[in-house]
Design a binder for this molecule. Structure first.
Ligand SMILES: Cc1cc2nc3c(=O)[nH]c(=O)nc-3n(C[C@H](O)[C@H](O)[C@H](O)COP(=O)(O)O)c2cc1C
Length: 187
């Protein structure tokens, strides 16, 4: 039931070690591509970094260096530990991908593309939820570290998120939302 899937989906960052098959990743990416997209631009681009691939290691090192340079900590040992932990988080994710949105021919279309790609990620998360996978959407370190051209993204693509994917290690946390009446104006 789609409503249950929508309500029970949570942002997941703790996973078991179970391998995520390529077929499952293809299934959820295919679901993503059914998102609404104005002018049928199909603006989403997915870059999967396989767990054992060299690119995963390369990106993990870029993120480690970025964290070391940018996340200042007065304690030098803590700073090194933080950067190593950031690297390990990337290496440990059972599956990991970047999602980019391509430019449009003007700012309006570029913004629409970004919105459509966000819808695509939601589709992907719901599809994942429906087959027992969890997804963590991040716009933090893995995106801020500017890995774009290293992973093969075009320089003008907008990064929409890094997705950590795997089988959840624990029951999904509970969550709350504002009541409909708190977020809706009726006229
Ligand atoms: C555009 C976007 C960026 C996000 N970036 C991060 C992030 O960098 N780190 C993180 O822990 N969660 C991130 N999230 C997940 C949100 O924190 C999460 O959706 C929110 O806490 C609500 O929880 P839920 O998705 O489990 O309902 C992001 C979500 C969106 C939509």
């Amino acid at each position: 039931m789609v409503l249950d899937t929508i309500r029970t989906r949570r942002n997941i960052r703790e996973f078991t070690n179970e391998h995520v098959p390529e077929s499952a990743l293809k299934l959820i990416i295919e679901a993503a591509t059914w998102a609404p997209n104005h002018r049928n631009t199909e603006p989403w681009r997915f870059i999967v970094l396989t767990k054992e691939g060299d690119m995963r290691k390369k990106v993990a090192d870029i993120i480690k260096d970025w964290v070391y340079q940018n996340v200042k900590n007065p304690n030098p040992e803590r700073r090194i530990a933080n950067s190593k932990a950031a690297k390990q988080e990337i290496l440990d994710a059972p599956a990991f991908m970047y999602v980019y949105s391509i430019q449009g021919q003007n700012d309006e279309v570029t913004q629409e593309n970004y919105a459509a790609t966000s819808c695509a990620i939601q589709n992907l998360m719901l599809a994942a939820q429906s087959i027992g996978l969890g997804v963590g959407w991040s716009t933090g370190k893995p995106c801020l570290a500017n890995v774009g051209t290293s992973v093969g993204a075009e320089p003008d693509w907008d990064i929409v998120g890094a997705l950590y994917i795997g089988y959840p290690a624990a029951a999904a946390p509970t969550a709350k939302r504002l009541a409909v009446d708190d977020v809706t104006t009726w006229h």
